[in-house]
Design a protein around this ligand. Structure first.
Ligand SMILES: C[S@@+](CC[C@H](N)C(=O)[O-])C[C@H]1O[C@@H](n2cnc3c(N)ncnc32)[C@H](O)[C@@H]1O
Length: 352
């Protein structure tokens, strides 16, 4: 028998619908309501499941609520587990439970979990557990290894649910079509995208050097009204970027550019008030190209991995100064990636 169909015979209080709310409140306060069982709706009456103890007080209830004491078949309520560890607590060995990450990303209706070594044989159980914890998740993908290559792609394994890597993700009032196997996307920087959008002004020109499927470019355009040039090298990410510009109705504000950001902005004579450099694995190779497209006074938002914020701030100021520009950097730590590696962003005000 399916868990959802399980039922238990027990005593219930049958009350007219009009008294149901008050009767539930009363039964809860006096500890008489059996909250593990579901309430039965029976035409103009509802039947409230009762715990077996507390018989005396019932006499009073019957007269207050014009109630009858009945015998009924109550369905047992399903309680959803709150975490994958809880969902798998009786299924997996403790040593495996301890290896499971405590969090995972949700992109649209896809859950994306980083798979630690040693859990390979339990992959589908882990996937199904994630779907029980999050009923809106329809696909679970495991991420084996780290984000790789110039296009920053993940090696994905299917764990549970439908077999697809495409989904539609919503954040900050924008909508993004994503294909996790062909293009980079992470929901983790959604707050950061809004922060940059709030800094950008209407009438500004922004250059998004590593646009991906467009989350920075589109969020900035939609919320600030700035004109954004969005460069992307990966043809699959670029075609999703073009689709997402249409979907979000920002065609007049975001201009997609397919190609290498080192050359494509110069070819299109872009001069920017603000440059977004979301390529944290190697921002340094692109600093010089970024400075070539800046207006006389401009801001660069550089994302990178570093251990210590102040040391990274000084290092970036030195690198930009060595390109002949006066600058002042502010650094904020966005998240811990490992004990000695943090994702940071530097807002660098530059004077050419
Ligand atoms: C870390 S992802 C960031 C994507 C996007 N900003 C986001 O938040 O989802 C970096 C992106 O830069 C693209 N890329 C790498 N090298 C590039 C280059 N030289 N010119 C333009 N895009 C590049 C990759 O294909 C990838 O989509």
């Amino acid at each position: 028998m399916h868990e959802r169909d399980r039922a238990r015979r027990g005593r219930g209080l049958s009350v007219p619908k009009k008294n149901a709310e008050k009767a539930i409140e009363f039964l809860k306060a006096s500890g008489l309501l059996d909250t593990a069982l579901a309430i039965i709706k029976d035409g103009e009456r509802v039947v409230l499941p009762l715990r077996s103890e507390g018989a005396k007080i019932l006499e009073t209830l019957l007269s207050i609520f014009e109630a009858d004491l009945v015998e009924a078949e109550f369905a047992e309520k399903q309680r959803r587990p709150r975490s994958i560890r809880e969902a798998l607590s009786t299924t997996l060995p403790q040593a495996i439970l301890e290896k499971l990450p405590s969090s995972y990303d949700i992109v649209g209706d896809i859950a994306l979990i980083h798979l630690p070594r040693g859990v390979e044989q339990y992959m589908s159980l882990i996937g199904e557990a994630i779907m029980r914890v999050n009923p809106s998740v329809k696909v679970v993908l495991g991420e084996a290894g780290v984000v790789e290559g110039v296009f920053r792609l993940r090696r994905l394994v299917h764990l549970a649910g439908q077999r697809r890597t495409t989904t539609t993700h919503r954040e900050n009032g924008c909508v993004f079509q994503v294909d996790l196997s062909k293009s980079y996307f992470s929901p983790r920087l959604s707050g950061e995208r809004m922060r940059i959008a709030a800094l950008a002004g209407r009438g500004e020109t922004v250059a998004d050097m590593f646009a991906g499927v467009g989350p920075f470019s589109i969020t900035i355009a939609k919320h600030s009204g700035a004109k954004v040039y969005a460069a992307e090298l990966n043809p699959d990410a670029y075609s999703l970027l073009v689709k997402n510009i249409e979907l979000n109705k920002v065609r007049g504000l975001v201009r997609p550019l397919h190609g290498d950001c080192k050359t494509v902005f110069l070819q299109n004579q872009v001069r920017a008030d603000r440059v977004v450099m979301n390529y944290p694995s190697d921002p340094y190779s692109f600093l010089e190209s970024a400075t070539k497209i800046l207006k006389d006074e401009a801001t660069m938002h550089v994302y990178g991995f570093a251990e210590e914020a102040e040391a990274w701030r000084r290092d970036l100021e030195m690198r930009v100064s060595s390109l002949g520009l006066a600058c002042r950097a502010d650094v904020r730590v966005l998240r811990e990636v490992s004990p000695r590696r943090r994702l940071m962003v530097a807002d660098i005000a530059v004077c050419v």
